[in-house]
Design a protein around this ligand. Sequence first.
Ligand code: GUN
Length: 282
Amino acid sequence: MAKIIDGKQIAQDLRSELKEQVAKLSSEGKTVALAVILVGENPASQVYVRNKKKACEEVGIQSLSYELPEETTQEELLELIEKLNHQSGCNGILVQLPLPRHIDEDAVIAAIDPKKDVDGFHPVNVGKLSIGQPGFVSCTPAGIIQLLKRSDVAMDGKRAVIIGRSNIVGKPMSLLLLRENATVTVAHSHTADLPALCREADILVVAIGRAKFVTKEFVKEGAVVIDVGMDRDENGKLCGDVDFESVEPVASAITPVPGGVGPMTIAMLLCNCVQSLERMEM
Ligand code: GUN
């Protein structure tokens, strides 16, 4: 029987801690404010943005909302970012992805002041992570490190395997686990004999976006399994990249979907917003 890592509870604990920090800053006359930019009407993005704004409100972070029409030009978006870069009352800028096809995402990310890039997507922040300098770290992998630490999972000297090499999850996850002194392997669609490689892992992080792909054949007895997936099963029910029923009896600890990694992503975004203000004060 695996221990179920309760991301919902851990995220709630984090939000409570942040609420205290924000209140203390507020008593010193300092307001934490996040600009949230949504372009177009992607329904999933609308839900994410609503949840981000709600979480800001809960901890006392001001959210500055920019909901722009689908036809917004790249130039108009870049102008808004430039304005927010210089706006002293704004500590964080988040542009919800994906953007409409006529807008170059890389150009938009590059336009955000790295000091306000609370998503941790700017090349400067990615570079800082890779050489071990302080900067903003992508929220999902940062949240996974918090989940592991707060569940007393040792990383030092452990063998970690990550399935998935995205810029937002897989790659930064590998650098963060390396920073914790794990021995890290990044697997992907071209990896030979994936199940055998995964069975070497003490910590297995799965971020591939394929419903219930990882079964017990991928998991060593006693491994810790982190499921980043947000998929739908054959009945349309929300599920992860890990076949929970199959893997749970083999693992020593596992994150559920929903209620595992998901809630941590937004909690880490709030954390980055508070950090942004604190760094600006230094
Ligand atoms: N779209 C999906 N995930 C994310 C995220 O973490 N940040 C932003 N800005 N857009 C996303």
